[in-house]
Design a protein around this ligand. Structure first.
Ligand SMILES: Nc1ncnc2c1ncn2[C@@H]1O[C@H](COP(=O)(O)OP(=O)(O)O)[C@@H](O)[C@H]1O
Ligand SMILES: O=C(COP(=O)(O)O)[C@@H](O)CO
Length: 579
């Protein structure tokens, strides 16, 4: 239960403000997250990490000398946006290129990948290593599908120490990939967590039971047992991890391992030490030599009760990096030597908003678009709880709040752009950025792509014909499908998007007026969204919960249906005051 908060929607931002105020000798705030406030030699590779908030000290808490150069910090349990990642990476860059590293979650992958492309296009060489250490989340043959949990820390630590030693980008990437190959974690949970302002936990574990393999956002585990003794839990952890040795290691005998016993939020340090007592003995009995173990909280899940064990199988080089010093708000080790603070005058100023020229016809179109986006924000507000409920059946329950953050931000950006005289293209582009930026998550990235594609088709000059709207919608669907890689039938928003696009194109091709064509297309989307109840998910967070989701519609398809219906009402002029 989170007790102390103001406006729940401001929680993540206010948390970052306080975190920076408390640690200004190590970090400073930039748009999208934090970077070091201490000097890093020019030419050093910058390690930029990130993810949703709610996992402290991941991710901002481990920015500082010897660890990350910057962290993109998203909303609670939602990935940061591509814009946030790009902004943090640009601020962190010291001319040696950037390594982006984060846990393997769909929203993070979409946003960080988009940021990587933009950074490379802007002349900042950027590479990515995604952490996949959770052995319960997929079989070893599909290691690339595994989630990242406390093993984030070993990969970040190794990559950062390599960068600190002056390794070039390719070599830092090699070290991070090797560290990921040699990191394995297993976790358990005893209870769920409750986000600020929520009146019920995001997920639960039955009283007296333990979910084995449950993820850090409540992703389902592989087994459920009675809560064991501390020694029994230690045995389960060690047996699970020793059953899967990394490639090239034939037996634990004589191997050296870094060890993390990680608390997930509300398990006490004292309990962890009792468990660690047995873990240490079991690992030593198996012939392993433990190097610099960590017992404490490195990747948490708000107030979730649970723990995980991570083994980091060392070679000489990885051991050097694992042992290297670090000085960050949440993690200190050894001595990093003398550190110089950055002069505040070196901190770059934010860029002012520049609105390109637009003609009157496009400004009038922009006004209609702004009304449509306002209607989107309204319909999402009205359905926020229902969207969360649907998403919680098989996803992580945050679709309502994510869509609300995105749609509200897009609507505010649209009003501001309109007041500054923006045309339709510029207004949609600014709204798209605001949506993706504030919402984070998978759907935030996809809605950002969609609005931006429609904006490109409308332009900043002239009144667009119905055909241009159709071109924009087609580009939006293509953009979402090529970005998210989902096909019809995967049980995602694509199942509603495709019939929407096809109906719109058919009706407009047949000479229908835009408002009528849009309404027919919206009806097709609503029907298709309802039909997703019969499908099994093959993408996103819902994939591992496939069978649970039968009988429930896909959250993203359902919200798409609501949204296009609300726009149909605007186009038909049926919204109050528009007749
Ligand atoms: N690869 C994808 N392509 C298209 N839509 C997707 C994809 N993955 C997930 N979605 C959509 O996103 C919705 C979930 O959005 P949201 O809850 O905001 O994101 P997250 O799962 O990252 O928290 C799903 O219901 C689905 O419609
Ligand atoms: O939940 C997180 C990101 O995943 P989404 O796919 O955006 O929901 C985050 O907490 C981990 O970075």
């Amino acid at each position: 239960m989170t007790r102390l908060f103001n406006d729940p929607t401001e929680f993540a931002d206010e948390m970052i403000d306080g975190f920076v105020a408390a640690n200004s000798n190590q970090v400073r705030r930039v748009a999208g997250g934090v970077v070091r406030s201490t000097r890093t030699p020019n030419g050093t590779v910058a390690l930029v990490i990130g993810g949703g908030s709610g996992h402290y000290p991941a991710f901002g808490g481990i920015v500082g000398q010897g660890l990350a150069h910057g962290a993109a910090m998203g909303n609670l349990f939602a990935s940061p946006s591509a814009q946030q990642v790009e902004s943090v990476a640009t601020a962190a860059n010291r001319g040696g290129g950037v390594l982006l590293s984060y846990g393997n979650y769909a929203g993070d992958v979409l946003h960080f990948t988009q940021a990587e492309q933009k950074l490379n296009a802007a002349g900042i060489p950027t590479r990515t290593v995604v952490v996949t250490d959770d052995i319960s989340s997929a079989p070893i043959a599909e290691k690339h599908k595994r989630r990242g949990i406390a093993g984030d820390f070993t990969v970040f630590k190794a990559a950062a120490a390599a960068a600190e030693e002056g390794y070039p980008l390719d070599e830092v990437v090699r070290v991070a990939e090797l560290a990921n190959e040699r990191t394995r974690s297993v976790g358990v949970a005893f209870s769920g967590c409750t986000l600020p302002g929520a009146d019920a936990p995001l997920f639960t574990v039955p009283q007296g039971r333990m979910a084995v393999g449950m993820g850090i956002h409540g992703e389902p585990g592989i087994d459920e047992t009675d809560v064991p003794t501390a020694d029994e839990l230690a045995r389960l952890f060690v047996d699970s991890l020793l059953a899967e040795l990394p490639d090239g290691i034939l037996s634990p005998e004589g191997q050296r391992v870094g060890v993390i016993l990680n608390g997930l939020g509300s398990v006490k340090y004292e309990e962890l030490f009792v468990v660690y007592r047995s873990i240490a003995a079991l690992l030593q009995n198996a012939g392993l030599e433990i190097v610099d173990p960590e017992v404490g909280e490195l990747v948490t899940s708000f107030d979730m009760a649970g723990a995980s064990l991570t083994l980091f199988w060392l070679d000489d080089e990885l051991e050097r990096f694992w042992r290297a010093p670090a000085d960050t708000p949440a993690y200190r080790k050894g001595s990093v030597g003398s550190v110089q603070q950055l002069d505040p005058s070196e901190v770059e100023a934010a860029e002012a908003l520049v609105i390109p020229e637009a003609d009157d016809a496009s400004k009038e179109t922009a006004a209609v678009v702004a009304r449509a986006i306002e209607a989107i924000a309204r319909v999402v507000d009205e359905n926020v709880d229902e969207l969360g409920r649907i998403d919680a059946v098989a996803g992580d329950g945050d679709h309502g709040i994510g869509m609300q953050r995105g749609a509200r931000a897009a609507s505010a950006a649209a009003s501001e752009a309109l007041a500054l005289g923006a045309g339709a293209h510029t207004l949609l582009e600014l709204s798209a950025n605001a949506w993706a930026n504030k919402a984070g998550g998978t759907s935030g990235a996809l809605w950002g792509v969609a609005l931006s594609a429609v904006g490109d088709a409308l332009g900043d000059e002239g009144r667009p014909a119905a055909e241009s709207v159709c071109v924009g919608v087609t580009a939006a669907v293509d953009g979402i499908m090529s970005f998210g890689k989902a096909e019809v039938g995967d049980k995602t928003m694509v199942d509603a998007l495709v019939p929407f696009r096809d109906t719109l194109a058919r009706e407009i091709g047949g000479g229908a007026a835009l408002a009528d064509a849009w309404k027919s297309a919206a009806d097709a989307a609503t029907a298709a969204a309802a039909a997703t109840a019969d499908l099994l998910p093959r993408m996103g967070r819902a994939r591992p919960h496939a069978e649970k989701s039968l009988g429930t519609v896909d959250a993203g398809a359902y919200s798409f249906g609501l949204i296009v219906q609300s726009i149909a009402a605007v186009l038909a002029g049926t919204i109050e005051g528009e007749k």
